[in-house]
Design a protein around this ligand. Structure first.
Ligand code: C2E
Ligand code: MG
Ligand code: MG
Length: 593
């Protein structure tokens, strides 16, 4: 780009009022002065002198270079470089100028200069040139300003590593920072510990649905600044996904300090957030994993913190859970069990057992309660106590519940073929509250009765008081439909839940089943005895049948009979039995009489 050593040398403006140089350069047929070429250049050109004492002076500069070095147009040159510029990469530049000068070799340099509090990213090529007068060398330096490209590049990088909404680091950057922290920590001789907190907003979906997505966005932005206020200056906050943030505590000495951070977050969340004039209250669930409690691989730390966060949600939200290896193992085995149970329903490894319900005065068979068993290939018969809760938590209860009605009807049909319609007794099927909430139980019952061509009175539905209380309106509506099919409804486990006699008349039920825990504690004249007496009277006045569960001995039978309860169920008569044994009972072979 330079037009020759001599030209460049003489063409650099040596004084503010220098006359246009008489040195010209011919481009084609038009004669152009070297000075006007230099003025027109899009980059700075400076001529540096290096004095004997090593000081660097600016001997000449074109306008671009002058403005970069803040040299006034009235300023006389030469001027010491240190006088016009005293900060940033000055030393670096001076050094390279001296090098080019002493070694007589071209040099290149990338450097940064701050002007008006903006950083300028510059590239320079330095070339020693022979002075006109022959008395030594000067250094000719070009200065290209790459600030615009650099900023564009920075911008692109920022977007690749930051969340556009909150401006916080994204998952990629968070992971990189975490990796860097772990690697540096492991290399250092000092004891090292770091922690990851995963913070998930509870019920964020509701905010989005109630106030719209732009309000949800504003909420997330404010959430980010709330979190920033709660964390330490060296901690890193990132937004991992929709309503999930993560915090890296890079130098953790003890887990307590991390818990304090999470406490500060919970405390801050107690303040209402003003969303378009509406006070919104939310909470967060936080999971913590540290290099003490978890593996040290960055990906594992994030996964474990996430796992702990889900535990916090399950435990009721608005809390912090610290990851523990053993709880993960429990979850893994639960996951295994869940997969197995799902398969068990599909492959029909489940089976109904039947426990007879007896008329206590006549000892006649009056019905059966169907109780699910799981024939597990390794564990044998698994009790429903082991898997009903898991089935409810995972939703498997829905197909399981449907299957139970089918299986009970199939069995009734078999008995019908064996003993005829007249001798058939009803079968009670247990229905979980979760199934009532997720499935249309009335439709399922109706479809099963239709499919097997059975009258409604041969099926009964058992549900617990607590499952009714979870959603009284919806369940009552469903129960009314079920009763309209001629199917009776039994309130199961009475005496263990709310046990409020007030509710008894409000629910659409036909039968009350007294829980065996109640029967177990029964002694003549004790509180249980008195309460049970009252329940019996109330039930009779409301027209409900009462079944006493868990009768194990003759004492129980005697007390229950005295109190006028008509029906009983318990090991005294029979434990739950297979459908084959049950059909024997239907045929009239009753082991208890
Ligand atoms: P539940 O409905 O109250 O069933 C009575 C439970 O008491 C049965 O336990 C039965 O075996 C047991 N039992 C009966 N008589 C006696 C006795 O004299 N002494 C003692 N100690 N126990 C007695 P099981 O079969 O283990 O069932 C437990 C619970 O699991 C049932 O309680 C029921 O709530 C639930 N369940 C069973 N099958 C199903 C099902 O298909 N669906 C749903 N949702 N729940 C079911
Ligand atoms: Mg039951
Ligand atoms: Mg019961």
């Amino acid at each position: 780009m330079f037009v020759g050593q001599k030209v460049a040398d003489s063409a650099v403006d040596r004084t503010p009022t220098a006359p246009v140089s008489d040195v010209t350069h011919l481009t084609g047929t038009v004669a152009v002065s070297a000075n006007s070429i230099l003025d027109a250049l899009p980059y700075g050109v400076v001529c540096f002198d290096v004095l004997e004492n090593g000081d660097v002076v600016i001997a000449g500069a074109n306008p671009q270079a002058k403005s970069l070095f803040d040299i006034q147009s009235t300023q006389l040159l030469p001027v010491s470089l240190a006088r016009v510029w005293s900060e940033g990469d000055l030393e670096k530049l001076s050094e390279v100028i001296r090098l080019a000068h002493s070694r007589r070799q071209p040099q290149s340099l990338e450097w940064i200069k701050t002007r008006d509090s903006h950083e300028h990213y510059l590239t320079s090529h330095l070339k020693p040139v022979f002075k006109d007068a022959g008395d030594g060398y000067q250094v000719l330096c070009t200065i290209e300003d790459h600030t615009a490209e650099k900023l564009a590049e920075k911008n692109i990088m920022h977007h690749a590593f930051h969340d556009a909404l909150t401006g916080q680091p994204n998952r990629v950057l968070f992971r990189n920072k975490l990796e860097e922290t772990v690697i540096n920590g492991q290399r250092s001789d000092e004891p090292f510990g770091c922690a990851v907190l995963v913070v998930n907003i509870d019920r964020f979906q509701q905010i989005n649905e109630s106030f719209g997505h732009s309000a949800g966005d504003r909420f997330l932005i404010s959430m980010a600044s709330t979190l920033r206020r709660c964390i330490g200056s060296s901690d890193i906050l990132a937004r991992l996904s929709g309503d999930e943030f993560a915090i890296l505590v890079p130098d953790m000495h003890e887990i307590d300090s991390v818990i304090e951070t999470s406490d500060r977050i919970h405390e801050a969340m107690r303040q209402p957030y003003d969303l378009d004039g509406n006070e919104v209250f939310t909470s967060v669930s936080i999971g913590v994993a540290s290099t003490i409690s978890s593996a040290t691989h960055p990906e594992d730390l994030i996964r474990d913190a996430d796992f702990a966060m889900h535990r916090a949600k399950l435990a009721g939200k608005a809390r912090t859970e610290v990851y523990r290896r053993d709880s993960h193992q429990v979850a893994r085995s639960q996951f295994h069990l869940e997969t197995e149970l799902r398969r068990a329903v599909e492959r029909e490894e489940l089976q109904l057992f039947y426990q007879p319900i007896i008329d206590v005065r006549t000892s006649e068979l009056r019905g059966f309660e169907a109780l699910t068993r799981w024939r597990h290939k390794d564990h044998g018969m698994v009790s429903p106590v082991e898997f009903i809760q898991l089935a409810e938590e995972t939703g498997i209860i829905v197909p399981l519940g449907r299957w139970a009605f089918e299986a009970a009807c199939t069995c009734l049909k078999h008995w019908e073929m064996e003993v005829g319609k007249d001798k058939l007794v009803p079968v009670n099927v247990n229905v979980s509250g979760v199934q009532f909430a997720r499935d249309n139980v009335a439709d399922i019952v109706e479809a099963a009765l239709e499919k097997y061509n059975l009258p409604g009175h041969l099926l009964r539905v058992e549900l617990t008081e607590s499952s009714i209380m979870a959603n009284p309106e919806r369940i009552s509506e469903s129960l009314n439909k079920i009763r309209a099919l001629g199917v009776k409804v039994a309130l199961d486990d009475f005496g263990t839940g709310y046990s409020s006699l007030n509710y008894l008349h409000q629910f659409p039920i036909d039968i009350i089943k007294i829980d065996r825990v109640f029967i177990n504690q029964l002694e003549r004249g004790n509180t249980q005895h008195k309460i049970l007496d009252m329940i019996g009277m109330l039930a009779r006045s409301l027209g409900h049948e009462v079944v006493a569960e868990g009768l194990e001995d003759t004492d129980h039978i005697a007390m229950v009979t005295e109190m006028g309860f008509a029906f009983a169920q318990g090991f005294y008569y029979s434990a739950p039995v297979s459908s084959f044994e049950a059909s024997d009972m239907v045929r009239g072979n009753l082991p208890w009489s």
